[in-house]
Design a protein around this ligand. Structure first.
Ligand SMILES: Nc1ncnc2c1ncn2[C@@H]1O[C@H](COP(=O)(O)OP(=O)(O)OP(=O)(O)O)[C@@H](O)[C@H]1O
Ligand SMILES: [Mg+2]
Length: 312
């Protein structure tokens, strides 16, 4: 079942179409990523799903509720962690969670226990009674995510959850996102412009560019569709080797330039020993072998015609 769906949803600012007829299908319990460069329309799209912005046209449903006609029901179903950070330095972590629990109507008798659960989940138990101003960037982000979860939402929206964090902290945030996805049965819809985040964290990724979703699938399918692994072999008597190896069934295409041969193949790992043995058996001296898989960046370039910019 899809817990989020849209049909040709669009948002126009004056004469600028920020989101252009997007059809989105987000499977329940998945971690779903909307990947796109600055200005692609990611925040605008999820703001409509969170009922913060009204679509100009088209429709959308979250947890089965219409985002325009049943916006109150939608709001009860979701948690939001948005790009603009909003934590108060002079409150403790626990106070933040208490405030949010009250705001979202978490009943008083279960509030305490729920706060403990969430603190445990985001591993802030030890720091719960310290002021937020003493927290690191990663701890603040975890607290924001925990706050978004306090009322047991079915869907958690995270707008650029790891923006500006160092790589190590980013990976630790991914760990918490996976954990809450699993343990809280919450569907996570996140936006990102980090290729690696989309690739490693998300079950499915929608590639967004200039207001449109160009392609959506599991990262591994997106990459697989792009085709082959590339094996680069440096070898003596390259011309001769090229003639022989190019005829092997497992080689889809072969290219030669100088002493370097590039082979497009499926499942490159399994073939490397085969190629090395093939060369050795015929008296060729291989100087190096390198394997490259297609990356999500390659996929992105194929569908949008350019890199994502800002980050390699
Ligand atoms: N209130 C607004 N009025 C006019 N134009 C807007 C408004 N909000 C956003 N836009 C424009 O709509 C486009 C999409 O913006 P949006 O913030 O959704 O992109 P984004 O993908 O979230 O980008 P980023 O990665 O920088 O957060 C941008 O060109 C932006 O300038
Ligand atoms: Mg944005």
């Amino acid at each position: 079942m899809n817990i989020i769906e849209t049909e040709a949803i669009s948002k126009r600012y004056d004469d600028f179409l920020a989101v252009n007829r997007v059809d989105l299908q987000v499977p329940e319990d998945s971690i779903y990523g909307v990947l796109g460069p600055n200005g692609a329309g990611k925040t605008t799209l999820i703001s409509m799903l969170c009922t913060i912005l009204h679509p100009t046209s088209g429709r959308g449903w979250v947890n089965g509720y219409d985002i325009v006609r049943e916006s109150k029901k939608v709001r009860e179903s979701i948690g939001i962690v948005f790009q603009s950070r909003a934590l108060d330095d002079i409150l403790t972590g626990r106070e933040h969670l208490e405030m949010h629990a009250a705001l979202y109507g978490v009943p008083g008798d279960i509030r305490k226990q729920r706060i403990e659960e969430v603190l445990e989940l985001i591993a802030l138990g030890d720091k719960a009674d310290e002021y937020v101003k003493t927290y690191s960037g990663g701890m603040k982000r975890r607290l924001e995510i925990g706050r978004g979860l306090i009322h047991h939402p079915r869907v958690l929206f995270l707008d650029e959850p790891t923006l500006g964090l160092d790589p190590q902290t980013r990976e630790s945030i991914w760990k918490y996102i996976r954990k809450l996805n699993r343990e809280e049965d919450v569907t996570v819809l996140l936006t990102t412009h980090y290729m690696e985040e989309a690739d490693k964290l998300c079950d499915e990724v929608a590639i967004m560019s200039r207001g449109r979703i160009i392609k959506a699938d599991a990262p591994r399918n997106l990459k697989r569709e792009l085709g082959a692994d590339k094996i680069t072999v440096k070898v003596d008597r390259a011309g001769e080797f090229y003639e022989l190896i190019g005829k092997q069934d497992y080689v889809r295409e072969a290219f030669i330039s100088g002493d370097e041969i590039k082979l497009l193949v499926e499942a490159g790992e399994n073939l490397i020993p085969e190629i090395v043995n093939f060369a050795a058996a015929r008296g060729f001296y291989i100087r190096s072998v390198e394997l490259e898989h297609p990356t999500l960046e390659d996929v992105f370039i194929k569908y949008t015609g350019s890199g994502i910019g800002g980050e390699a």
